[in-house]
Design a protein around this ligand. Structure first.
Ligand code: PGA
Length: 264
């Protein structure tokens, strides 16, 4: 995995936005995988700015989101549909019929999951998948012990995740118990993966995912097997990495042509 450590979440998010913008410029009909949560919000804000001020054009882009709560309609303020509209989709020009988010109200969940996988396949797969990481290592909502080969399916959230997400719902009891999430195998099929993590609360899980053993107990650790995975971290999230200094040294010595942002 390539580890990029930046002084602030803003700096790391700007690199992420530049990587996405470069891809959209190179391949205007690319397929982007998006994530929800607090972590990617600054990156989405920067993409919105690039759209408004620099004309970054999403009209041919297709998107897939990682997950959605079962039982929440798209209009529910805590649904991931609502989150994506509020923070990204209403501000950019990706056509609505190219936006895909699992339907948490689907009457037949296994059918919805199979159809989601089929749609990803039909458009040729995901070019770049954005990921956050849960405090116990989930990517998407693939909680600890998830099959590392899993596909889109229903999952039951751990108590830890429900506590972590209670800030959006008022209390852990209000957080839905079930979700539809792309699987670990579905995520690993993306041609490029961008993992973002900020803050000290993510330091241990990042150290375990990046430098620990590959294990279903920390599903993010499978990204060690991904050919093009980058972790964009702020300093607190990187603080428990044993090779912290080495990653900085490597990044500082990248050839200019390999940099994501000119002058960075
Ligand atoms: P967060 O969530 O960005 O709100 O910390 C990350 C995740 O659960 O994947």
């Amino acid at each position: 995995m390539e580890i990029v450590i930046q002084p602030t979440p803003e700096a790391a998010s700007h690199i992420g936005a530049h990587i996405i913008a470069n891809l959209v410029h190179e391949k205007p009909d690319c397929v982007l995988g998006f994530a929800t949560g607090g972590t990617p919000m600054l990156m989405y804000r920067e993409l919105v700015r690039m759209h408004r001020e620099e004309g970054l054009d999403f009209t041919r882009v297709t998107t897939f989101n990682l997950d959605e709560y079962v039982g929440l309609s798209p209009e529910h303020p805590q649904s991931y549909h609502a989150f994506m509209w509020e923070h990204l989709f209403q501000h950019i020009n990706v056509p609505q019929d190219r936006i895909h988010i699992p339907n948490g109200m689907a009457p037949n969940v296994p059918e919805e999951c199979a159809a989601y996988e089929a749609t990803i396949r039909a458009v040729g797969g995901i070019d770049l998948q954005v990921l956050g990481i849960g405090t116990e290592g989930h990517i998407g909502f693939n909680e600890k012990s998830s099959s590392l080969a899993s596909r889109t399916r229903i999952k039951t959230l751990t108590e830890q995740t429900r506590r972590d997400n209670a800030r959006f719902f008022g209390s852990p009891e209000n957080v839905p118990m079930h979700v539809i999430t792309m699987g670990v195998g579905s995520i690993m099929d993306a041609r490029q993966v961008l993992l973002l993590a900020f803050g000290e609360a993510k330091a241990q899980v990042i150290a375990d995912a990046v430098e620990g053993s590959i294990s279903a107990m920390n599903p993010a650790s499978i990204l060690q097997m991904h050919p093009v995975a980058k972790a964009l971290l702020d300093e607190p999230a990187a603080s428990k990495l044993a090779l912290n200094e080495y990653y900085r040294w490597v990044y500082d010595h990248k050839p200019q042509w390999q940099r994501f942002v000119r002058g960075h």
